[in-house]
Design a protein around this ligand. Structure first.
Ligand code: CU
Ligand code: CU
Length: 275
């Protein structure tokens, strides 16, 4: 059984195993396929010609849940004991503490070009060339900070207090839990964390920074917390919304006979648990 832990509680061995597995998935060429998949999804989600499936839409949460499950499987092909840790940014708020340490993700980028210079994902290690990009920088970049701070526990509590999953118009203007947690309503929550990390994390190629997985594991945990709190509030919409993925419609790119629907991933305990 896969157990996802708070990154702050990992042992030194667990940190090393996670980092080594991520680098091996990269070496196999599989990591960059995940980055490409996200970039394609993100760009299509911003294009009015496509039905939104992963961003600014109800399936934001189940789409990223399935995306993390698929990535975690690749990590476990390398080392069965590895799971995706989560970064609770309501408590781990320092620019220099974990996860921004040399034996996990490395720290902030240097002044000027924002290049991350330490840790396993620094360009100088040779293990982490950025090949799927939106600019010409071959190295991982981060700022860790900016105009606005990381979201707080009270920001999270305000989102968790909303008992309705989502509502018309099912996009970035919708009221409800999904859009508030995604960060389009009120405080920016999920979106603000991408901006705070900066560099590739602020772009459609955000999974280039391994913190992407830790951030989205925490967002996914918050959804799981919300699901436990409101057992009678399910995923919405349940049907008949041409502009959004309904409960039993597949989520691109997981379509066809092996397709994945929101309904199939609502119970995360079939795949993993959080401690
Ligand atoms: Cu995304
Ligand atoms: Cu995100």
């Amino acid at each position: 059984m896969t157990v996802r832990k708070n990154q702050a509680n990992l042992t030194a061995t667990e940190r090393k195993n996670f980092v080594d597995a991520v680098i091996e998935v990269k070496r196999r060429g599989v990591y960059d396929e995940f980055v490409t998949l996200h970039r394609t999804r993100f760009i299509q989600d911003m294009d009015p010609a496509h039905i939104r499936t992963g961003h600014n839409t109800p399936s934001f949460l189940p789409w990223h849940r399935q995306y993390l499950i698929a990535f975690e499987r690749e990590l476990q092909k390398v080392n069965w004991s590895v799971s995706i840790p989560y970064w609770d940014w309501t408590t781990a708020r320092s620019r220099t503490g974990s996860p921004w340490v040399a034996d996990l993700l490395g720290g902030a980028g240097r002044d000027g070009d924002q290049q991350v210079m330490d840790g396993p994902f620094a360009h100088s290690t040779g293990d982490w060339p950025i090949t799927v990009q939106v600019d010409t920088h071959p190295f991982l970049r981060r700022t860790l900070g900016g105009t606005y701070p990381l979201p707080s526990q009270s920001d999270v509590d305000a989102a968790l207090a909303l008992p309705t999953y989502d509502a018309p118009p099912w996009n970035e203007n919708a009221p409800g839990f999904r859009n508030t947690l995604e960060g389009n309503q009120g405080v920016w929550l999920h979106n603000q964390v991408h901006i705070w990390v900066g560099g590739q994390m602020g772009q459609p190629v955000s999974p280039n920074d391994p913190v992407f997985w830790l951030h989205h594991a925490f967002v996914d945990k918050l959804w799981a917390d919300w699901q436990r709190r409101y057992p009678n509030s399910g995923y919405l919409p349940t049907g008949n919304t041409p502009d959004a993925v309904d409960l039993n419609e597949t989520m691109a790119p997981w379509t066809g006979v092996n397709g994945v629907t929101p309904a199939q991933v609502l119970d995360h305990t079939r795949y993993y648990t959080y401690v």
